[in-house]
Structures are given as structure tokens and as C-alpha cells.
Design a protein around this ligand. Structure first.
Ligand SMILES: [Zn+2]
Length: 328
């Protein structure tokens, strides 16, 4: 094994517990067991307590300068997932390692560019701060957030930003992260149920339009309503798959998962760059759901529709309309 090769390894503490790390093996540790499941894994135990030789990558992937920059190699998708999972475990356990950056690390980030471990599309909900829940530092994650972690239009900035992270920053993992108790999904669910009960907003618009021909309420529809409107198919799919008799809360909870797949499916459909990299095995898109109560992130894996969508050879279609319904 080359001295600087990055591997997953575990450290056995004095009390016998194991903690997982990634990066070049620290020289002050000695192996005690190499019989783990993967060839890249080893169990090591501290031979000294020399803090001056601490692995600078401890906490979030390998980083030669103490933070991840372009002098570091991109992480593979599987390595990225391991790092994200380890970071979330630290967050749940309250054993976070990401802290503030000193001047040297800030200068390193400013001077050497970024090499984030993964791209994460999360919800704008203030209770779901992506970096914190993965115990990440500046430079570790390329994060995109909006209400509902959605990507309903190809011509918006979301797809272009993801393509930038993949093509320029060389992230190999795109994680779409939904969360429990999502207000945007709940809003869309209520909108769907209102429409199902024949309480359509359009009906109100028509009534108002009759009262005032020069200022119908359709003209004053908010962008928020447009966002919720675009999420209604998610609630519809969740309602159908659950069957009758489900409560609003149950539908919304399932819609969170449906929405994660939908965002992944949109990205695969909208972006030829993403499709080609996924098809070649260079890139992975995976889903996950953050549980606000426990703090734990449930990793869902790849979209069930991935194989089907990789065969899609169409061009980007702005404001998808019919295709959007097919994909939801
Ligand atoms: Zn949300």
C-alpha cells in the first residue's frame, strides 16, 4: 500500500470502541487486525498519543491542507457516502468535529479552490442545515437548497449548478435530501387535497374574475403558489400509492420520499451531462431523508427509475408539463 493512499480505517479507542476515519493511514497508529470485510479497511490502535501527528483529515474526508481544496483528489461516490454517513453519526451522537476555520485554512480555501466531497440538494428549512447535520466544514459540501428540495424546471439555476459541481468541481455523489415535517410538501399536500375536494383555486379565480374583469386573482398568483403547484403531483402520487383513508399527515410524510425520487428523476431527465456520467459509473445520484427528531439521515440509495431514465435521449424541455407528470 502506498504511504499516502487514502483508505477507510477504524481506530480502536482505549475503551474498545471503534471510530471510522478516511484518509492516509496515520503513521503513529499500528494495525491490530486486517481481517475486515473490505481490502481497504483495517483496524488500528493508537501507539502513541502524539497530538502533533493527528490526521488532518479527521472529521470529513482527506484534506492535505486541513480543509478540502483542489490539491486533494475527488472522492468516489462510495467514499463520499461513507464520509457523509460518518459525519451524520457524529452529528447524532453530539461528537461533531467541524469547527470554525482559522486563518490558515481560510487562506487555503481562498487560494487553492474547492474540491467538495459531494453535492447535496436540500430543503431551505432552517431546521435542516446541511453542513451541520453532516458535521462538514467550509469546502466539504456543495449545497443547493430551496423549499421542498425540488427541481421542477430545467431552465432554473438548480440543474446548471449541479452540472457545475459535477463537471468542474468533480463531485461524484449527488445526494437529494428530503426531511420529515417538510412544510413545502405539507403545503402541496393540502393544495392537492383541496383540489381533490373540488375546492380548486381556479374556481375561485373564475368567481373573482367575474367580479372584476380587469384584475383577476390569477394575475396575482404568487411564486410560492407556483412552487406548491409544482409539488402537487408528488402529493398525488403519494396519495395514490397509500390508498384511501390516509390522513393528510400520512400522505405528506410519504410524499417526502416520493419527492426525493422525483427530484433525482428530473435531474437525470434534464441533464445529459449527469446522465452520461451516471451511465459511465463516474457519478451516482442517491436519495436520503433527514429525520428532524432523531437527527439521523436515512440513506435511500438510487432512484428506482434510474435505469429507465438513463435510456432517455431527449433534450432538455423547459417547463416540463406532461413529462413532469410522467416522472413524478
Ligand atoms: Zn422542507
Amino acid at each position: 500500500m502506498a504511504p499516502q493512499q487514502s483508505v477507510m480505517y477504524k481506530i480502536q479507542e482505549a475503551d474498545g470502541s471503534l471510530s471510522q476515519h478516511y484518509g492516509p493511514l496515520p503513521t503513529h497508529l499500528v494495525p491490530i487486525d486486517t481481517g475486515l470485510r473490505t481490502a481497504a479497511s483495517m483496524v488500528v490502535t493508537p501507539a502513541t498519543s502524539d497530538a502533533s501527528q493527528e490526521d488532518p483529515s479527521e472529521g470529513f474526508g482527506p484534506s492535505k491542507l486541513g480543509v478540502r481544496t483542489t490539491v486533494d483528489e475527488p472522492l468516489s461516490a462510495s467514499q463520499a457516502i461513507e464520509v457523509l454517513q460518518a459525519g451524520n453519526r457524529r452529528f447524532v451522537q453530539g461528537d461533531v468535529k467541524a469547527g470554525g476555520l482559522g486563518p490558515d485554512k481560510r487562506r487555503a480555501l481562498a487560494s487553492h479552490g474547492q474540491r467538495p466531497v459531494a453535492t447535496v440538494i436540500g430543503c431551505a428549512d432552517s431546521r435542516c442545515p446541511v453542513e451541520q447535520l453532516f458535521d462538514a466544514r467550509p469546502g466539504d459540501l456543495f449545497v443547493l437548497r430551496n423549499a421542498g428540495n425540488t427541481c421542477t424546471h430545467a431552465e432554473g439555476s438548480m440543474v446548471g449548478s449541479v452540472e457545475y459541481s459535477v463537471a468542474v468541481l468533480e463531485t461524484k455523489m449527488i445526494l437529494v435530501l428530503g426531511h420529515t415535517g417538510c412544510g413545502a410538501i405539507m403545503g402541496a399536500t393540502k393544495l392537492f387535497l383541496e383540489r381533490s375536494a373540488k375546492k380548486y383555486i381556479e374556481a375561485t379565480c373564475q368567481k373573482d374574475a367575474q367580479k372584476s374583469t380587469d384584475q383577476g386573482c390569477c394575475k396575482s398568483k404568487s411564486s410560492l403558489l407556483g412552487l406548491l403547484d409544482a409539488l402537487v403531483p408528488v402529493a398525488e402520487r403519494a396519495c395514490v400509492s397509500l390508498g384511501g383513508g390516509s390522513s393528510t399527515e400520512e400522505i405528506a410524510a410519504h410524499a417526502v420520499k416520493v419527492n426525493v425520487w422525483r427530484t433525482i428523476n428530473f435531474l437525470l431527465s434534464y441533464s445529459r451531462i449527469i446522465r452520461e456520467k451516471v451511465a459511465s459509473g463516474e457519478l451516482e445520484l442517491q436519495g436520503a431523508i433527514y429525520n428532524m427528531s432523531s437527527g439521523a439521515v436515512e440513506f435511500l440509495g438510487k432512484s428506482p427509475k434510474q435505469a429507465q431514465l438513463l435510456n432517455y435521449d431527449g433534450h432538455v424541455v423547459p417547463s416540463m408539463g406532461g413529462l413532469a407528470r410522467q416522472l413524478s
